[in-house]
Ligand binder design. Sequence first.
Ligand code: AMP
Ligand code: MN
Ligand code: MN
Length: 325
Amino acid sequence: MQTNEQEFLQVEHFLKDHDDFLVVSHVQPDGDAVSSTLVVGWLLSCLGKNYVMVNEGPIPQRMSYLLHSDRIMDLSVTPLTKSYKHIICVDCADFRRVGKASEYFAADAKILNIDHHPTNDGFGSINLIVPDAAATVQVLFDLVKWLNLSLDHDTATAIYTGLLTDTGGFRYSSTSPRVMAMASELLEYGVDGPALSQLLLEEMTLPQIRLLTRALNGLQMSEDGKISWVTINDEDMKLTGAIHEDLEGIVNYPRNIQNVEVGLLFKVIDDNAVKVSMRSAGKVDVAAVAQAFGGGGHVRAAGVRMQGSLDAVVLQIVEQVKARL
Ligand code: AMP
Ligand code: MN
Ligand code: MN
């Protein structure tokens, strides 16, 4: 935390000197994105500030247990009536990740960019980017301490949620001693760790199981067995009754095959757009692969939204991964 003292001071001033904030995370938010939005909201409440929390789309149903998650406005349903001059972006690797929420940023808006992606391009007026943090909530936990605020049970639950989901249940290489110390402290606040693991990492809906089955039926491997991928299209979604959040975790299956270095999930968005999720066993930097096409992420987990047909995108990505093996 000490190494970021200058940034923390700047952030403190940004929060204390202004009012009427717009808090936003990335499109199709994950546990860290939702939790980070809520922690910032709570922090602004503590400082007596006005703010709105938004996202381009809906919050995953699975996260509705998070206090005030229902206050995060889904802009596809409830557009805002004005634009904002003070923006706080959390867990967004680049400006495009905020999606349509940026329509409500005033032309002269000041952006506070709080994130943990090594590929973050520093798009904010103020940037608090901690690439070795396991999750954005880890950075926010330090910020809470910096501001001398005392956590409550619900905020502790949100922070734990972000840590748990972004570390895959405290398993990824980002699970540092610091992460475990934080988790331990959060448990002291009465956070129900096992219940959250069950809900967020174990439990599956029936449509989700059916979607996984269909995806695995079409599993493909490169000739050398080092790259494995699955594809999901609209028909798969319709026939199984799955919703977007049911895609979570599917990419781990190709990745977990013995000797596979890179696992990929290609999700067709429309005739000319595909979302690619990438997971690496460690040898290939998938953030670099994603970045080559305009996306981003971490060494072992990255993503990108690409233009083109499914076949064209698969070919481009697999070639790019092969070149780095
Ligand atoms: P996902 O495959 O969507 O679970 O994303 C894996 C990691 O890559 C997460 O840390 C995301 O924040 C990041 N990521 C996913 N898509 C993009 C994108 N289009 N641009 C930048 N980072 C991304
Ligand atoms: Mn995220
Ligand atoms: Mn994150």
